[in-house]
Design a protein around this ligand. Structure first.
Ligand code: SF4
Ligand code: SF4
Length: 190
């Protein structure tokens, strides 16, 4: 018997199921294209999300985790942002729970058989914090805490040379400074 509180099963990723990925053994019922939104609708929804996230600073810890993810996704160079990806294991079961933490994201769509994000695969509007998730163990733990007891099955195996963001930034700065010093030495023949 289906339990009402259980997330949908059979679902793999929050990005829309694509017709191109459909094969003979892909059931027709799983072909899914999310509703198309105009730029104006997308900006309106993004404004609403920003308002909810900012007001969330008053009453939910999740806003701090979401803000961290947003800031890191915006400012970090790929080399630092994606340093944990080679160690990432598991995958998204498409439960959609992370799209409903504190409030239901207006881009989240579910139809009883599948879930999808209306903008995840959009070149122009894809949400960086959602696309890069999970950035690191801190990021993952934040979402896993929010969706518990349901599992978010990602996990990490091993770790990069510089596990913390600050450690990775310092290492990058040292490397860049070292390169410049070497160039100066070369130029002045020290
Ligand atoms: S909570 Fe985890 S498993 Fe569920 S949709 Fe989000 S990323 Fe996927
Ligand atoms: S934009 Fe909303 S629906 Fe899309 S992945 Fe992010 S939280 Fe989920």
């Amino acid at each position: 018997m289906e339990h009402k509180n259980l997330p949908p099963t059979r679902l793999v990723q929050i990005e829309p199921l694509k017709k191109t990925s459909t094969s003979a053994n892909q059931p027709e019922s799983l072909i899914f294209e999310p509703p198309t939104l105009s730029d104006q609708q997308i900006y309106q929804k993004k404004t609403y999300i920003a308002f909810r996230k900012i007001s969330g600073f008053i009453y939910t810890k999740h806003s701090y985790g979401a803000a961290r993810r947003w800031v890191l996704a915006q400012i970090l160079p790929d080399k630092i942002l994606y340093r944990w990806k080679p160690y990432q294991r598991g995958g998204c079961n498409r439960c959609g729970l992370c799209c409903k933490i504190v409030f239901r994201c207006p881009f989240f769509f579910e139809n009883g058989q599948t879930t999808a994000c209306m903008i995840y695969t959009s070149k122009k509007h894809a949400p960086p914090p959602c696309v890069v998730f999970p950035i690191d163990p801190v990021d993952l733990a934040e979402v896993q805490r929010e969706v518990a007891p349901a599992p978010c099955p990602f996990y990490f195996e091993g770790e990069p040379e510089h596990p913390t963001t600050w450690g990775a930034i310092k290492a990058e700065i040292r490397t860049e400074l070292g390169k410049r010093v070497d160039k100066l030495k070369e130029a002045f023949d020290f």
